[in-house]
Ligand binder design. Structure first.
Ligand SMILES: [Mg+2]
Length: 474
């Protein structure tokens, strides 16, 4: 079964971001209409979760249908209706709202019976002396400032919002913090830029309704009820869509059709962005162009041969982007797992000998063996691989977000030659006639070092395995 088919089979519901995933401006992303409609024909539940506050639920329903998507307004959760809902149900706002935002937000507030001022171009006093701005009367009924997308944002609006927010009892709410709104041929500054301006001026931090906050998703779950284990979040931004999906415990798919780029994902995998963590993002899903990144791009299969079975064969890109494939052969009787790691030029063999308590590397392209004692964590990982049932590995696949990369350095103690006969028969036969040296963990790369690179792969059944790769850098 293809990976994309497996993904679809493993879910009941898919939650899609809109801008940059389904469309850019007024143009649908190629394949998106067919994907959404086909998923629903197959009985999948589809929801739309958008940070964009410029449209009401009704308007989103109309836009979706206008572009050819099968969709009803009830499937849409946007920051405009959810912000109004938050003020009404969660914050239990008594007064009115000073709104930096457009007609859709105003309409959603009114639909919840919340009065507001401030929306629209409005008469501005920019020609008056500055002290007049400060004397301008404030509406005592205002109990909240709500910031959304506002094409009429002005310095005067910033002044008013700031003055309201001087009252600590005044609620400070923002629809979203996206700093870029993707459009055909580029993007324009998003609501996040306006939010940052008000935050800086008021010296306060807004409560945010949109992703990565989980509020909209919780509204969706409350209204429709979904099984989190059988739901996927599809988005184009790491810091909003993917982070929210991760915060909600969902599997996630990043499309490369909007804001986040492959380079950002790779940087993120190296831990550059705090909070998001490191995660596997999935490959092609039907017609939607989706990115497979760093992680496993082909997955493996059981292959029983006597006592040996090949449990997993995966192909992945290392941090430099080179393709590496690896397989593990398990010998249950001998408590032995042998990894073969193949890059363009070499095959490195890594042998985990649980009985004798050693890990031995025979790096491809070099005529040496390197050995270290097994740690408890190695024993645990190897034990998981050895005892894994066939079906576990057949459904393998990085269906969660917890895949992590880590790297450590092992220094080669070139003066500490070892007699392979003392290390057991398997290491002896692997290292027959070649020198064997001890390794020891090292804090930083040295001249002679072996890089140890691990991916923790978590399976759908919550079993996690560290798959480690070893190479001698050029
Ligand atoms: Mg988006």
């Amino acid at each position: 079964m293809e990976a994309s088919t497996q993904v679809v089979a493993s879910v009941d519901a898919l939650v899609f971001d809109c801008d940059g995933v389904l469309w850019k401006g007024e143009s649908p992303i190629p394949g998106a209409v067919q994907l959404i409609n086909r998923l629903q024909e197959r009985g999948k539940r589809v929801f739309f979760l958008t940070n964009n506050s410029t449209k009401s639920r009704q308007m989103y329903g109309e836009k979706l249908r206008g572009l050819g998507f099968e969709a009803r307004p009830e499937q849409v959760f946007g920051t405009a209706p959810c912000a109004a809902l938050y003020l009404k149900q969660e914050a239990r706002l008594q007064g009115s709202v000073y709104l930096i935002g457009g007609a859709a937000l105003r309409g959603e507030l009114q639909a919840q019976g919340i009065a507001c001022t401030g929306s629209g171009p409005g008469p501005e006093l920019t020609s008056e002396p500055m002290h007049v701005w400060l004397a301008e009367p404030l509406d005592p009924a205002v109990g909240a400032v709500l910031v959304g997308f506002d094409e009429h944002f002005t310095y005067m609006k910033l002044c008013r919002a700031t003055r309201y927010l001087r009252n600590p009892a005044c609620i400070f709410l923002a629809t979203n913090t996206d700093t870029l709104l993707p459009l055909e041929g580029g993007g324009i500054p998003g609501t996040g830029c306006l939010v940052k301006a008000v935050e800086a001026a008021a010296n306060r931090t807004a409560h945010v309704i949109g992703k990565p906050s989980t509020f909209m998703f919780e509204c969706m779950v409350k209204e429709h009820g979904v099984d989190l284990n059988r739901t996927i979040m599809v988005g184009d931004r790491l810091d909003t869509d993917i982070l929210m999906g991760s915060n909600c415990g969902l599997r996630t798919i990043l499309t490369l059709t909007g804001v986040s780029t492959l380079e950002e994902v790779q940087a993120d995998h190296l831990g550059a962005k705090a909070g998001i963590g490191l995660r596997i993002l999935w490959g092609a899903l039907l017609l939607l162009v989706v990115a497979a990144v760093i992680g496993v791009s082909a997955v493996g299969i059981l292959n029983l041969r006597g006592n040996n079975r090949q449990v997993v064969q995966i192909t992945f890109h290392d941090v430099q982007g080179a393709i590496i494939s690896q397989s593990a052969v398990v010998n249950e009787e001998e408590d032995l797992v042998t990894y073969h790691i193949m890059d363009r030029n070499h095959t490195t063999v890594v042998l985990f000998d649980s009985k004798n308590g050693f890990v031995c590397y025979q790096p491809g392209g070099s005529n040496i063996c390197l050995v270290r004692k097994m740690l408890a964590v190695d024993q645990e990982n190897i034990h998981t691989v050895i005892t894994a049932q066939e079906q576990k590995f057949n459904q393998l696949l990085l269906l969660r977000n917890e895949t992590q990369f880590s790297r450590k350095y092992l220094g080669i103690l070139s003066r500490n030659k070892v007699d392979p006969l003392t290390l057991g028969q398997h290491i002896d036969s692997l290292c027959n006639q070649i020198p064997v040296y001890w390794l020891q963990e090292s804090n930083r790369p040295g001249r002679q070092r072996l890089i140890y690179f691990c991916i923790d792969i978590c399976f759908p059944n919550n079993v996690c395995v560290s798959v480690c790769f070893y190479y001698l850098p050029d």
